[in-house]
Design a protein around this ligand. Sequence first.
Ligand SMILES: *Cc1c(COP(=O)(O)O)cnc(C)c1O
Length: 386
Amino acid sequence: MIPYGRQDITQADVDAVVAVLRSDFLTQGPVVPRFEQVVADHVGARHAVAVNSATSALHLACLALELGPGDRLWTTPVTFVASANCALYCGATVDFVDIDPATYNLSVPALAKKLAQAEAAGCLPKIVVPVHLCGQSCDMAAIDALAKRYGFKVIEDASHAIGGKYRGAYIGNCSYSDITVFSFHPVKIVTTAEGGMALTNDPALAQRMELFRSHGITRDPAHMDGSSEGDWYYQQIELGYNYRMTELQAALGVSQMTRLDPYVARRHVIAERYNALLADLPVTTPTRAADAYSAFHLYVIRIAGSDAVPARGTVFDRLRAAGIGVNVHYIPVHTQPFYRALGFSIGDYPQAERYYSEAISLPMYPTLTEQQQDKVVGALLRALIP
Ligand SMILES: *Cc1c(COP(=O)(O)O)cnc(C)c1O
């Protein structure tokens, strides 16, 4: 089976992890701060907080921005459930904004319209979470302008997008957001097995995320109630979690980061080749958004079933039967049973649902060979026969 995504692990990666295994610290040592520095420097953010997953990073970001009961967080329905769940962890409520039918990212006109209605009704969101789907940036300048007008905070869910750019600068520099989150799950662009990171230019937000990452405990006398009682002393000043990343994971991350740009460049070569090979097929290939250089985490095509073209489900089954590990990203979050129980219904976000009914993610990862890619395209050609 040719998978839709997979990690690339080199001898240098293995050596880096083994060196940590033989070192004094398996956790809470020097490598996690080094990894944070490497990522912050690469993308141009002032602060980075490494954690055990992007899901944890999203939760920390919401906590740092003081999301709580009575508050609202808005995101796109076409995302992994974690982009929305982070609000519920904080006791806030979630709502969605339908997608742009061309880029599949959260639609800025739909956001503007919903904000105007929410302002009139007195129910504006505290946080909006744009998701850079497939690695392609949302229209962040427009979202930032709305954030300033309506007074909400912005968390970029850039789980797909490390190495991608917006207006020529790396995603993660937080020029148009309060916090940006990356995922290092093995299917993503660079991996630490499990892992994530939150980036920000605001030192107070970084400090709060560090606090919540490790039980809400501080060793800094400046933040204590009263004075320190000695070198052993710490105080718990918030209800935090254990969301720490291990030294092993960070060592893998530092090693992987040396190949970030070549990985994304290779993904572009694969995408261009798919674009050319699929040009005459009855499928919609990805649209390039203005100002965006995608990280190409995913290469999604759309298949609108008709008399001449089989339905997406049929094409999917035929590709899987042919040994192509295609996937679908994503089932719209509001259609999940858990979210329907919260009051959402099928039909609420028509563009998202239409996209979902047509989307297939083709194999896309840096070590995918031309031969494998040709096999994917050949299988797709046959799968599209009515
Ligand atoms: C993968 C992913 C997450 C969660 O990442 P983890 O590191 O697995 O917690 C969140 N949002 C999006 C859009 C993702 O693709």
